[in-house]
Design a protein around this ligand. Structure first.
Ligand code: PLP
Length: 414
């Protein structure tokens, strides 16, 4: 057939001739995959791991709306509403507040790419997976990274942080508010002030905690805060929230070198998101439908109220902990005051392999819970109650599943 087209093509003009000749001199060597001729199949699961969580119905509906252009005034309106929503959930008046196009990691990289220059001293609270990621990224940027390594389950006291600040004189400190690999809630009162006394900026990861535990960006003196869309906010993965204080903004705008990433350059993103006084210019094609969903997630949080959401997560956690202890299970984080409401870690009971339990609950109940991650791998089971999933009903469903799993999965059984 291609031969025929090629022969017929002179009559169709020179452009057609080019593609017809290209086709005539090649053959498809990769066959159309049969799998793509079958309908898409996605199971219905209750996601009680550390994320992603199930989408709220209104959020899911928003994601089905039609795409519009990224320079249309209606999308600017959506972006402005998202900014206001982020300012509310972060409790900040920072003008430099926006969503990045990517998962939580993208917000972390954006923060570090813009705040650190090669040779800068960077102090990192590494009490789980996320601090270790910050260490890795900081090293790639060429910063002098000083990890404060801690066993999983611990948090950083003001005194420990002060020792690190005095010793390493960092330009930036990284802390994880909700350490979802270990189940720890890092206290934040006083840390910002302390950093500022040492001319250091405070960067906080609130991917797992935002909306589920009290957080006050401005009052707590946090200079850069980021979070994700797919945990408490119940949005699809793919957008992340990020905000810079004036102090942090000053550091970003007075850098000696350009950040290596164009995509993550905050000065360019700030313009695209209407955070400066200049007319908006195209930077990249933002995930339009992801922003619709994020807008609706933030709207749901505004309707419920942050404090109500924090309380609901705390109550769901307390109820879960009671049920777990009723099954004879032991919580991994010793100090009740530093247990993360959104993600609970349970010690893997002796005589069990964590994977058997996780698999049993998935296979028999279509419920996802997770094993440990990074430093907590093999040590814990992780149970997430994120956003609309944080309910007594879900805790009851999970407790039943866990009870049955514990009966079936013991390695000591004859
Ligand atoms: C999930 C999570 C991340 C990573 O988010 P991604 O969207 O997977 O990139 C970072 N930090 C914490 C605390 C998390 O729970």
């Amino acid at each position: 057939m291609f031969q025929v087209l090629a022969k017929a093509s002179p009559a169709l003009g020179p452009q057609v001739l080019v593609w017809a000749q290209t086709m005539a001199s090649h053959q498809l060597r990769v066959a159309p995959p049969g799998a793509l001729l079958k309908p898409l199949s996605v199971p219905n699961r209750l996601l009680l791991g550390a994320g992603p969580s199930n989408m709220a119905p209104r959020v899911q509906a928003a994601g089905r709306l039609q795409v519009i252009g990224v320079m249309h005034k209606e999308i600017f309106q959506v972006m402005d509403e998202i900014k206001q929503g982020i300012q509310y959930v972060f409790q900040t008046t920072n003008a430099l507040t926006l969503a990045v196009s990517g998962p939580g990691h993208c917000a972390l990289e954006t923060a570090l790419m813009n705040l650190l220059e090669p040779g800068d001293s960077f102090l990192v609270g590494a009490n789980g997976m996320w601090g270790l990621r910050a260490v890795d990224i900081g090293e790639r940027i060429g910063a002098h990274v000083h990890p404060m390594i801690k066993e999983p389950g611990g948090y950083y006291t003001l005194q420990e942080v002060e020792e690190g600040l005095a010793h390493h004189k960092p330009v930036l400190l990284f802390l994880t508010h909700g350490e979802s690999s270990t189940g720890v809630l890092q206290p934040l009162d006083g840390y910002g002030e302390l950093c500022h006394r040492y001319q250091c900026l405070l960067l906080v990861d609130a991917v797992a905690s935002l909306g589920g535990a009290p957080l006050y960006m401005d009052q707590q003196g946090i200079d850069v805060l980021y979070s994700g869309s797919q945990k408490v906010l119940n949005s699809p993965p793919g957008t992340a929230l990020l905000s810079f204080s004036n102090r942090a903004k000053h550091k970003v705008y007075t850098r000696k070198t350009k950040p290596v990433s164009f995509f993550m350059d905050v000065t360019l993103l700030a313009n695209f998101w209407g955070c400066d006084d200049k007319p908006r210019t195209y930077h990249h094609t933002i995930p339009v439908t992801g922003l619709y969903s994020l807008r609706e997630s933030l709207a749901l949080m505004v309707e419920e109220g942050l404090e109500v959401s924090w309380r609901r997560h705390h109550e769901a956690m307390a109820y879960l902990h009671g049920r777990l202890q009723g099954l004879g299970l032991q919580l991994f984080v010793r100090d009740p005051a530093t247990r993360l409401p959104t993600v609970t870690t349970v010690v893997v009971p002796s005589g069990y392999n964590w994977r058997d339990i996780v698999d049993y609950i998935m296979d028999s109940f279509s419920i996802e819970i997770m094993g440990g991650l990074g430093p907590s791998a093999g040590k814990v089971l992780r149970i997430g109650l994120l956003g609309c999933n944080a309910s007594r009903e879900n805790v009851d469903r999970l407790t039943e599943a866990l009870k049955e799993a514990l009966q079936h999965c013991s390695r000591n059984r004859l």
